[in-house]
Design a protein around this ligand. Sequence first.
Ligand SMILES: Cc1ncc(COP(=O)(O)O)c(C=O)c1O
Length: 384
Amino acid sequence: MIRLTRPSIEADDLEAVRAVLLSGQLVQGPAVIAFENAIAKAVDVAHAVVVTNCTAALQMALLALDVRAGDIVVVTAYSWPTTANVIELCGAQPVFVDVDPATGNMSPTALEATLSRLSQTPSTAQRLKAIVPVHTFGQLCDMSALIEIATRFGVPVVEDAACALGAKHGSRSAGAWGVMGCFSFHPRKAVTTGEGGAIVTNDPALARWLRASRNHGQDAEFVGTDPFVMPSFNNRMTEFQGALGVTQMQKLDRVLAARRALAARYDATLSSVLQRTASASVGEQHVYQSYVVLLPTEIALQRVDLIRTLRESGVEAQIGTWHMPLITYYRTRYGFRVGDFPACDLFAARALTLPLYEGMTNDEQDQVVSAVHAAVGVATTVAR
Ligand SMILES: Cc1ncc(COP(=O)(O)O)c(C=O)c1O
């Protein structure tokens, strides 16, 4: 089976983990600090705080902005459910925003309309605490537009950059646009620590709060004998994951270059049957956490069969990600229906993820391309 993804784990990664395991210091040591420094350098921000996973990172980022019961957080409609779940876990309410039909990222026009609506009524305006866009599949949102709108309405932006380490527009990286940016190091990402996450920020006060938050509420800069300044989590990353993170970060540019080359090869060989999710705009560097194409609308209804056919041909395929307002919890709790987020309806129904990983050979990719051409051909015949 050609898998959707395979992490790039090599001898130096194994050696780094082994050295930490043999050192006797498994938590709170120099490896995590070195990993944080590597992330901060790559994203070009002042502070990186690594944690257990990106879900923890997002929840902590919202708590750092004092998001609490009764508040509102504006969030894109199309993402892995965690992006909305962390808002609910703070006791707040997610207000979903429709997506750009070409990219699946938060639509600036829809954001503007949502913020205008919420700002009109004092009761909702006062509860509006944050905006969470997602760089879907490693493609940067239109951050210039989103930040301009957010600034005009005075609402801070937390970037869900789980999939977008290394993505840039011009020289500015994913994660460096909002007040905080959150990354994931799950094995489906370009570099991995098994499970893992990070929050980046240029704000020293937020960084200090986040470091205390991940460590039982202990403020490292507290003067006195008792540093427990707030109730909080243990969201610390282990030293052996930190060491793995350091060796993985050394491969980041190489891994991204390989993924981009493979994506370009897919573009060239699949464009006759499938639509790319978006054309990268000038100056934008997509990192292809996933290679996602849009099925023609006439065969989107057969996506389950098409994925099964691909698997039978030895190719693992998957949907894109989730239409969050329509998953069981949010549909039931808030009564969302098809038609409430029309661009997301269409994008989510048509998206198909194909295998992509650094070590993928041209032969493997050719096998995927042939299987896709055959499966789409069958689906098109059935649709007629
Ligand atoms: C957009 C997005 N946000 C958040 C997460 C959660 O990341 P983690 O699995 O590290 O908690 C994911 C996971 O894939 C994701 O795709």
